[in-house]
Ligand binder design. Sequence first.
Ligand code: SF4
Length: 461
Amino acid sequence: MTESVLLGMPSRKPQRVASRVGKSYFVRTYGCQMNEHDSERISGLLESDGMVPASAPESADVVILNTCTIRENADMKLYGYLGSLKAVKDEHPGMQILVGGCMAQRDREAILERAGWVDVVFGTHNTHRVLDLLDHSEEWGPVAEVWDETTSVEDMPSMLPANRDSDHSAWVTITIGCNNSCTFCIVPMVRGREISRRPSDIINEVKQLAGEGVVEVTLLGQNVNSYGRDLDLNGRSPIFADLLRRVGEVEGIRRIRYTSPHPKDIKEDVMYAMAESAAVCEQLHFPLQSGSDSILAAMHRGYNGERFLEKLEMARRIIPDLAVSTDIIVGFPGETEQDFQDTLDVVAAARFDSAFTFQYSPRPGTPAATMPGHIEKAVIQERFERLVALQNAITFEKNMEQVGKTEEVLVEGPSKKNPLVATARTRGNRPVHVDGKFDAGRFMSVEIIRAAPHNLFGVVV
Ligand code: SF4
């Protein structure tokens, strides 16, 4: 079920707006891959209605902001941007402004109150309703629609058109929401309890993508390891390991990635499914967050440093060439110098291939925001720099180990810095630059001839 705040309008369905053919839209996306994928689907829906993309909000008939609550000052940035859009809308009275995503889910009425020129607010599970909501607002004025706790898989269409950035690579959502309670994270509050898509729906979507020429899919979920626990298919819940194997059998899909697993939930069955499915890449994003047992407990992560390393060792034993990336937060409330040293120790032992490192900053509405012991910015900065220096050195060493190897790479397109050089990725997700022009989506065999701190250089063999 979804909850609507329908301002000044009767509760009947509006007449379908005659046609939006030829009208233009502009989508601005904040935040994570989930949001990027949702934006692809919003674009796909609008284009299915005849709309065309605009290069800037100033020239668009419909502007959509797909928001995130994770970043610092997200509220300020959103309202600042909405303020600048008001001036644009004053010049183009027919323009419609939509705000979707996590902040819209959390602050629906507040957005309509503070920015009265917004036409539609829609929640994280209401993406598929964008066209109807546009119709509503054209006929009756501003509207907000978000999900509530009774929303289920039945309320969401299994497949939406998507306007993908890439012809050869696609995201496929397998779950939305999260049942965990990491104290720094707003996701459970804005995306709700975990809802899994049925395996058959996921497989059908992957088959359709393969039919369209997609060769690489990334399965998306906040905690992919708990996939299926909420489903009952003839008395049995599907599991992620089986889903991986089934996706691996879809003809035409040569690379499968997924993000993110939760270290507390990952088990051998998933590692064996990875090892035994030729299409599943030897790559794991394995979010550590902290190496300190007391900070991990305060974060409600459900593992300690030793257990994390044991799981990592298990994963590497089953998949010897596994490339591992991670997330680490520095300066969580109460983090002492010893806690931080523990993180450095786990990072040194884990030898991640790469890491996304973050400086803690409180997110309103999360338990950590009101915890005692917030750390001074200068202390966080200094620790952060030590962590980055350590991880950069490890990443460089890991990259050096690749020199001399022959790798299959998938071309992404020309390098951003030099159009005469192509950027490609190994199965381990390492970026490789190759001299020459090669079509995006092409597989090539390259020999790695040189390593830099954050990428590799190869020649076609
Ligand atoms: S597992 Fe934790 S960090 Fe990840 S989405 Fe759920 S609550 Fe947030």
